[in-house]
Design a protein around this ligand. Structure first.
Ligand code: FES
Length: 119
C-alpha cells in the first residue's frame, strides 16, 4: 500500500482501489487523504491518468469509471458534465478524475489510455 504524504483538507484517509484497464486482475489499493482528487491520487502513486488540460475541466482525458463509492465523491457540476460528454467510452458511472475530490472509500477503473498516447 502506498500512503500519500501530501497535506489536504484533513488528516482522514480513505481507501482507493484502482483497476487499470491493461491489468484488471491486479488492482492497486491506495491510501489517500480526504479532499485529494482522483487525478492527484493517481499522480502521487505513479499511476498513469492522462490530463491534457492540466486538471482544469477543459478536456476529458482524465475520464475514469467509478465502480464503487460514487456517494463518496462530490456531485457533478454542469462544467464536468459538459466535458464528460466528450469522453471516449462514456458510461453511466463515468467522472472526470481531476474534478472528483475523495471523501470516502472508492473503487475506480482507469480506462484504456493508449488512445491518447497514439499506440
Ligand atoms: S484533466 Fe482535463 S478535464 Fe480533467
Amino acid at each position: 500500500m502506498t500512503v500519500s504524504t501530501k497535506k489536504k483538507d484533513s488528516e482522514k484517509t480513505f481507501q482507493v482501489k484502482v483497476i487499470e484497464h491493461q491489468n484488471p486482475n491486479n488492482p492497486k489499493v491506495l491510501s489517500v487523504l480526504e479532499g485529494t482528487t482522483i487525478l492527484e491520487a493517481m499522480q502521487e502513486n505513479a499511476i498513469h491518468l492522462q490530463h491534457n488540460c492540466g486538471g482544469v475541466c477543459a478536456c476529458s482525458t482524465c475520464h475514469v469509471i467509478i465502480k464503487e463509492g460514487m456517494e463518496n465523491l462530490p456531485e457533478m457540476t454542469d462544467e464536468e458534465e459538459e466535458q464528460l460528454d466528450e469522453a471516449v467510452g462514456l458510461t453511466l458511472t463515468s467522472r472526470l478524475g481531476c474534478q472528483c475530490k475523495i471523501y470516502g472509500d472508492i473503487t475506480v477503473v482507469i480506462p484504456d489510455q493508449s488512445i491518447y498516447l497514439g499506440h
